[in-house]
Design a protein around this ligand. Structure first.
Ligand code: F1P
Length: 338
């Protein structure tokens, strides 16, 4: 019954969670780096499944802006460490002006957890490397669960919630299947070792996945990488495309695929080398200058989680080939506390 569900909710999120979630009218997400990309993906889910307006901003800008927050704002911070200075400062700036604050965090007892009204722990275990990897995918799962909890109170059909819960149960097996593609990804990585630049493209929830792929390549292999919403290609970045600019794309078989394929044609026509992680290789035919790696069929909602893995593995293998320190990249700190 309802009471039972609410008590489970309060166990996971903290006291008062059920009542707070009933009153949410807007969600404001704030985070840095990889955690920010998780927030960008959550925005699609929160608006689509819970019908609640959602804003997402990097904490280093949000904290210095005169932000107008409508009544009923749930402030959601996302942070692996729970100690990132900008994210903490953003929370302290707004906490008296919001309905409640919720931290999605990996470190119990961290400042963000202690200072937020509610928290959902990602339980990813210690992140040893500086660059977030498992923290990111677990943040996405936590954000999807938060969306379902919000959705349940804001008009999400029970059968849709039940379907997504079933799909989530497929996630471990799907991730195992993607991990088994590692040798093929390692082979693909050879094409990047001598490159100076790379472009990442995606659409919809796969656009922030492309952003995360580009960030990982920058962080651990020091190759200059940028991500663009695929539809933005013709508004500037296409000028960069030539044979020395590898273009990486995440292309699951969804309703955006036809549009994406048109963008890929534009790249091909300019001699760009394409690396496509695809849901169906028949639809993105391998031809000269196009390497396609087929991923297993994935329920739409899980696409951003599953398609992140090959990009993380690609960066890893490029970094190993280049001989950089994968766990401790130059100039970076695990927690940016100042
Ligand atoms: C944010 C972040 C990480 C990144 C690096 C520096 O940290 O940008 O995403 O991998 O470790 O900090 P956090 O707030 O998620 O701990």
């Amino acid at each position: 019954g309802r009471l039972g569900k609410d008590s489970v909710l309060e166990q996971a999120f903290g006291t008062g969670a059920a009542e707070i979630f009933d009153q949410v009218r807007q969600v404001q997400i704030v985070a840095c780096g990889t955690s920010y990309h998780a927030g960008l993906i959550a925005r699609y889910w929160i608006e689509d499944l819970a019908g609640i307006p959602c804003m997402v901003e990097v904490a280093s800008e949000f904290r210095y802006r005169k932000v107008v927050l409508p009544p009923g704002t749930l402030f959601v911070s996302i942070s692996q460490s729970g100690e990132t200075a900008d994210t903490l400062a953003a929370l302290r700036e707004v906490r008296d002006r919001v309905l409640a604050s919720l931290a999605i965090c990996n470190v119990p007892g961290s400042s963000l957890v202690r200072e937020s009204d509610l928290c959902l722990m990602t339980n990813a275990g210690p992140e040893i490397g500086v660059a977030s990897t498992k923290a990111f995918t677990t943040q996405l799962v936590a954000l999807l669960l938060t969306t379902l909890v919000l959705g349940r109170r804001h008009g999400l059909a029970p059968e849709t919630e039940a379907r997504i819960v079933d799909e989530l149960k497929q996630l471990p097996a799907l991730l195992e299947r993607v991990l088994s593609l590692d040798p093929a990804i390692e082979k693909m990585s050879q094409a990047f070792a001598e490159k100076q630049h790379a472009l990442f493209l995606g659409r919809g929830t796969l656009n922030p996945v492309a952003m995360e792929g580009a960030l990982k390549l920058k962080e651990i292999s020091y190759i200059h990488a940028e991500a663009y919403a695929a539809g933005e290609l013709k508004h500037g970045p296409l000028a960069l495309v030539d044979k020395d600019m590898p273009v990486v794309t995440v292309a699951p078989r969804n309703e955006m695929l036809d549009k994406l394929k048109a963008n890929l044609q534009e790249v091909k026509a300019r001699g760009g080398e394409l690396f496509v992680f695809a849901g169906c290789s028949d639809e993105v035919l391998p031809e000269e200058g196009v390497q396609v790696l087929e991923l297993p069929p994935v329920p739409g909602i899980l696409e951003p989680i599953v398609y992140t893995l090959p990009l993380q593995l690609l960066s890893y293998h490029v970094a190993v080939l280049k001989g950089t320190d994968v766990d401790q990249p130059r100039n970076l700190a695990k927690s940016v506390t100042v």
